[in-house]
Design a protein around this ligand. Structure first.
Ligand code: ADP
Ligand code: ADP
Ligand code: ZN
Length: 216
């Protein structure tokens, strides 16, 4: 199975992808995570991407599509893929079609997380993750069960993204509206789009997505 999670920054794509990975043994392909790893490792891609990401603008289509292609090649064709934060532009949607065809895959679902824009700044400025395992948290909506200790791995180190500030979030939302939201009709024409209320509690959003995946 190959699915795209679509939604603006802070919609809950990463949170839901992690849960689907745990329940279905699928693989999460997050171009944001791949780019952050490249920035950290100071690869040529990372060195170029850093300033763009800090501004909240989009990295080039060719760069992110190459990252996705490489990841799919590495993971083998029988493992299900959850695309998180990709595709984000019409050219990327076209490139994904070609890449999937090259791997003998086809898209099963595009799941749009519908959220209230006012909530996004709040979600993003409160977001933090475990520095060891990457588990996602929020200052108010998802705190570790024991304060300061990761639920999943027990680490006591957490981190926040440099681009998770209000100004950059506004740019990222504008990029989403201008370049990403317009790709939905491409998938609507194929009859594979489902919408989920992303404002519901995390577990309810997961249940709604599970319902969609179970339908076929
Ligand atoms: P969020 O989860 O908040 O939507 P991501 O982690 O997906 O953010 O992306 C962080 C940044 O990485 C984006 O603001 C953009 O600069 C870059 N990026 C990630 N995915 C893509 C993509 N598919 N195309 C272009 N740029 C991307
Ligand atoms: P995205 O990957 O779409 O940018 P995340 O999954 O990182 O979004 O979620 C953004 C923040 O909002 C995180 O701190 C996460 O814990 C929190 N969050 C995610 N889903 C929900 C939800 N349904 N209700 C409340 N907070 C949520
Ligand atoms: Zn952890």
């Amino acid at each position: 199975m190959n699915i795209i999670l679509l939604g603006p920054p802070g919609a809950g794509k990463g949170t839901q992808a992690t849960r689907l990975v745990e329940h279905h043994g699928m693989r999460q392909l997050s171009t944001g995570d791949m780019l952050r790893a490249a920035v950290k490792a100071q690869t040529p891609v990372g060195l170029k991407a850093k300033a763009i990401m800090d501004r909240g603008e989009l990295v080039s289509d060719e760069v992110v599509s190459a990252l996705i292609d490489a990841e799919l090649t590495a993971m083998g064709d029988h493992v299900g893929a959850i695309f998180d934060g990709y595709p984000r532009t019409a050219p990327q949607a076209g490139q994904l079609d070609e890449i999937l065809a090259g791997h003998g895959r086809k898209l099963d679902h595009v799941i749009e997380l519908e959220v209230d824009e006012d909530a996004l700044v709040d979600r993003i400025t409160g977001r933090f993750t475990c520095a060891n395992c990457g588990e996602g948290y929020h200052d108010r909506y998802k705190l570790p069960a024991v304060e300061g200790v990761c639920d999943r791995c027990g680490s006591t180190e957490f981190k926040r993204r440099p681009d998770d500030n209000e100004e950059t979030v506004r740019t990222r939302m504008a990029e989403y509206r201008a370049k990403t939201a317009p790709i939905l009709p491409i998938y609507e024409a194929r009859g594979i789009v489902s919408r989920v209320d992303g404002m519901a509690p995390i577990g309810e959003v997961t249940a709604a997505i599970e319902g969609i995946l179970a339908k076929r």
